[in-house]
Ligand binder design. Structure first.
Ligand SMILES: [Zn+2]
Length: 237
């Protein structure tokens, strides 16, 4: 146990509480070390591990294989009853680009993210991809998106995920967002989602914005944790 705790402390500069946790949770400590090793101890992998530790100390879940940390996104008591569809696996953009959509499986429930979601959320996804790719350089164009969660996975109470009006995007062009060096893909995608007329929550590594259609107000610093490894989008009409 001292070996893993000491090793993690060397790479991550653990707090006393984290060090003591690593001493008694050997298997998880070894898993973190494996994750760091798999990613050549990159600064992004260390950042992810440092964000994962407080979650693990609070008995939360961290998906090291997917570099994804599910975070509760409580909203109001809204219940969506409108039309739902499956997300298309290929999205053809107006400029001729094609974006492939892939789906993750959340290990908490073993369910794929390929589930029916609100039609206006799918429209928002198409809108944002069109706008983002129009603004991105040729070398940065988005060709692949990985959706880790729709209604699958464990989400807190009042989360829009349960309504089928929220998605978590965790990879762009097959690169896990937590480990990505491509800032412009993330920022252009989030900026584009902000411009969608039915956007509600737009939480990601670049910013955490929330628009409330009820009173036509923006919060440009929405107080929600996490989201440095995925973009959480919800829409409301
Ligand atoms: Zn989410």
């Amino acid at each position: 146990p001292e070996m893993f705790a000491g090793g993690l402390d060397y790479h991550l500069d653990l707090s006393m509480a984290e060090y003591n946790w690593a001493l008694t949770n050997t298997e998880e400590a070894a898993r973190i070390m494996e994750f760091l090793d798999d990613n050549n101890f990159s600064s992004n992998s260390k950042d992810f591990a440092n964000k994962a530790l407080p979650i693990l100390l609070n008995n939360g879940s961290v998906y090291f294989d997917s570099a994804y940390i599910p975070i509760a996104t409580p909203d109001d008591n809204y219940s969506y009853q409108g039309p739902k569809e499956l997300i298309p696996t290929t999205i053809n953009l107006a400029n001729g680009d094609v974006v492939n959509i892939e789906f993750g499986v959340t290990s908490s429930d073993g369910i794929s993210a390929n589930q029916k979601i609100a039609t206006h959320l799918i429209e928002g996804l198409k809108f944002a991809l069109n706008e983002a790719n129009n603004n991105l350089n040729d070398t940065d164009k988005i060709t692949d998106l990985y959706i880790m969660a729709t209604t699958n996975g464990v989400h807190g109470p009042y989360s829009n995920h349960s309504n089928g009006t929220a998605i978590d995007i965790s990879r762009i062009n097959n690169v896990k967002m937590a480990l990505s060096e491509n800032v412009s893909q993330i920022s252009e995608l989030q900026n584009a989602f902000d411009n969608y007329e039915f956007i509600r929550e737009n939480f990601g590594p670049y910013f955490k914005h929330k628009y409330s259609i009820e009173n036509n107000t923006w919060n440009y610093n929405h107080p929600v944790g996490g989201h440095s490894d995925h973009i959480h989008i919800s829409t409301r009409k």
